[in-house]
Design a binder for this molecule. Structure first.
Ligand code: NAD
Ligand code: APR
Length: 234
């Protein structure tokens, strides 16, 4: 039942940032076509060649000042500002476009390029533009700085909190995610168990597209903007 105080939980993936010029992962020319996941997005890869991994994230961090939030990011911020009910964004993306687009409640379940993490003590701090392997932690001073990004095989952040939000969702929306990576790909099933109305925004059906009750097909900058306008007009 959708009403004026509905709780809306939104999962986003690389596709929402595609129109801002940030490559997705599994497109033909995507990030995983240019880099072996095993080399740049696993703890083993980091142990094997920390400089390769740190430079991979340095290059993605250096791109951020050159890209802007697009209409889809701004539409989600407008929804959060104007809707009476709670609006929660859970992103798999490590860019900062949701925040720069105006969203206030954003959970980065795969981490964020803008922060650094100490592998020794767990301290986080604003990442330098260029991180080097062995950079010291400003808290414990161990030479243990790493990108604050969740790699394959590691557990995403805040899972208990995210599953609580899903259990309270009246509307669950997934935008620009291929549905290939768990636990994010399982969120729609959780939301449906909670009785939420589910909508997928994508260029095509994702791997879990059949779990969604509604589909809005096309570029997120148009489909998300149109849906928010419709929803707020009631
Ligand atoms: P997974 O098995 O859930 O991922 C399945 C999909 O991820 C695969 O179908 C493939 O598309 C991709 N994938 C996983 N490992 C891969 C590999 N070695 N080479 C190529 N593609 C690969 O992944 P997982 O290991 O169970 O991930 C555990 C957690 O890590 C997940 O919860 C996920 O949220 C997180 N994660 C984060 C990132 C990131 O870059 N932040 C990347 C991947 C996974
Ligand atoms: N509008 C809407 N959807 C789009 C757009 C767009 N303009 N452009 C691309 N998409 C869709 C694609 O159809 C695809 O389904 O975005 C999705 C991107 O999928 P992936 O590249 O697999 O990215 P994502 O789903 O975020 O990957 C999940 O896997 O490798 C890990 O950590 C990485 O967080 C990532 C996770």
């Amino acid at each position: 039942m959708i009403h004026s105080r509905s709780k809306i939980v939104i999962l986003t993936g690389a596709g929402i940032s595609a129109e801002s010029g940030i490559e997705t992962f599994r497109a033909e020319d995507g990030l995983w076509a240019q880099h072996r996941v095993e080399d740049v997005a696993t703890p083993e890869g980091f142990a094997r060649d920390p400089k390769l991994v740190v430079d991979f994230y340095n290059s993605r961090r250096a791109q951020l000042p050159d890209v802007e939030p697009n209409a889809a990011h701004r539409a989600l911020a407008r929804l959060e500002a104007e809707h009476d009910g709670e609006v929660i964004v859970i992103t798999q993306n490590v860019d900062d476009l949701h925040e720069r687009g105006g969203s206030q409640t954003v959970f980065h379940m795969h981490g964020a390029l803008k922060t650094a993490l100490c592998a020794a003590c767990g301290h986080r701090w604003p990442a330098p533009i260029v991180m080097a392997p062995g950079d010291p932690c400003p808290s414990c001073h161990a030479p243990a700085a790493r990108p604050d990004v969740v790699w394959f095989g590691e557990m995403p952040y805040d899972m208990d909190l995210l599953f609580r939000h899903l259990s309270e969702a009246d509307i669950f929306i997934a935008i620009g995610t291929s549905g290939n990576v768990y636990p994010a790909a399982g969120f729609v099933a959780e939301a449906r168990r909670a009785g939420a109305h589910t909508i997928e925004f994508n260029l095509e059906r994702s791997s879990v597209g059949n779990h969604f009750e509604e589909h809005r097909t096309g570029p997120a900058s148009r489909t998300v903007t149109d849906w928010v306008e419709e929803f707020l007009r009631g």
